[in-house]
Write a protein that binds this ligand. Structure first.
Ligand SMILES: [Zn+2]
Length: 361
């Protein structure tokens, strides 16, 4: 099956009331593992690549790996999404490479570090919506700045992307009124909201409580913009057993806490449709490789330990997909391609604001 636009999967997820994990990838084993997991339980999947991942993998390799995935798993609806596009150029180059969804993160300026003005965010996101919707590609925007309410800062950089310095409460918690205005003016299909999650392993210094992980804010926003799909970034759960396994086998990770699965499930019930998971797969892969190296010091065939890593990711991805409610939903998702989607946007099926605007002379 050709890669599908993000909106097709998320519209279906809203109808059936479940969430979809968006897994970050950098190499072949990760893509294989995610598709194996999806195929085991017939789940739709979102695969996403950051700017750093595109650089590491090389766009041509990534494109062909995804085409291979689509050829090998014709029954699994899948999306290729640009994570945290920092500029129009990055989003447009992703569209040219066959991505079916892009995130235009205008919450930061194009250096990927400086929090931007609201008007800049609206203008740059609107521009990408006009370009992307013309060819049926979905757009995720970001309002508020993803970061920790415990430290009032963005936390770990996500491959060079993330606000630098202290942030205010207004930046760290998306304002529902502003969300209404933002969606009306930009026409985005999905919106990343700031509710206290942050990127990397060290999200919270202890099990998070409702003052630093504000799930209730999702409900408030969802009620105001029910047609725009909400996205939770930085939503790895950082399983304690993986941290212990890594540290027992020569690792030196500090104590870390992620977003508990029960909180993500609560967020899904409150209206979240896309949940970004990256750190958990990194931890699973590292734990598997460290364990294997320590238990088999004589081994030097990369396939032996990469296979262990691939199995570990497969198990983790399957667990997350099951926890988010994706099981069995590969079957019902309508096969709407980007071409068909472009016609729908142009005909106003998704409302006037999602229609690509014509250039005015
Ligand atoms: Zn993110």
């Amino acid at each position: 099956m050709p890669l599908l636009p993000l909106r097709v999967l998320l519209d279906y997820a809203r109808e059936k009331q479940f969430g979809i994990a968006a897994f970050n990838v950098n190499n072949m084993e990760q893509i294989q593992a995610i598709l194996e997991a999806a195929n085991e339980i017939m789940a739709p999947v979102i695969i996403q690549a950051s700017r750093g991942a595109r650089k590491y993998t090389n766009d041509v390799f990534l494109r062909h790996l995804m085409l291979a995935a689509a050829e090998l798993y014709p029954n699994i609806p899948m999306v290729l999404h640009q994570d945290h596009g920092n500029s129009p150029e990055v989003c447009i180059s992703a569209i040219r490479q066959g991505f079916t969804s892009v995130m235009m993160d205008g919450s930061l300026e194009d250096d990927g570090k400086t929090p931007s003005s609201y008007e800049y965010n609206v203008a740059v996101t609107r521009y990408i919506v006009d370009v992307a919707h013309t060819v049926g590609v979905s757009v995720e925007g970001e309002l508020g700045t993803i970061g920790s309410l415990e430290h009032m800062a963005a936390g770990e950089q996500e491959e060079g992307h993330g606000a630098v310095g202290k942030l205010t409460l207004t930046q760290l918690l998306t304002d529902p009124d502003q969300a209404v205005d933002f969606v009306k003016r930009t026409g985005v299909d999905a919106l990343a909201v700031a509710i206290g999650t942050s990127h990397g392993a060290y999200k919270f210094s202890k099990q998070p409580t409702s003052d630093v992980l504000v799930i209730d804010r999702i409900l408030e926003i969802h009620k105001r913009i029910p047609d725009c799909h909400l996205v939770m970034h930085g939503s790895s759960s950082v399983p304690q057993d993986l941290l212990m396994t890594i540290n027992r086998h020569g690792g030196a990770l500090r104590q870390a806490w992620g977003v508990p699965i029960t909180e993500i499930q609560r967020a899904i019930r409150a209206g979240v449709r896309k949940i970004n998971v990256d750190t958990d797969n990194r931890l699973a892969m590292t734990a598997a490789i460290r364990t294997y190296f320590q238990e088999h010091p004589e081994e030097y065939d990369p396939r032996s330990y990469l296979q262990e890593a691939r199995n570990a990711i497969r198990r983790l991805c399957r667990e997350r997909m099951e926890q988010f409610g994706q099981t069995g939903h590969a079957v019902g998702i309508p096969r709407i391609t980007c071409e068909e989607m472009a016609k729908r946007y142009a005909n106003g099926v998704y409302g006037e604001n999602a229609k690509p605007q014509k250039i005015r002379g």
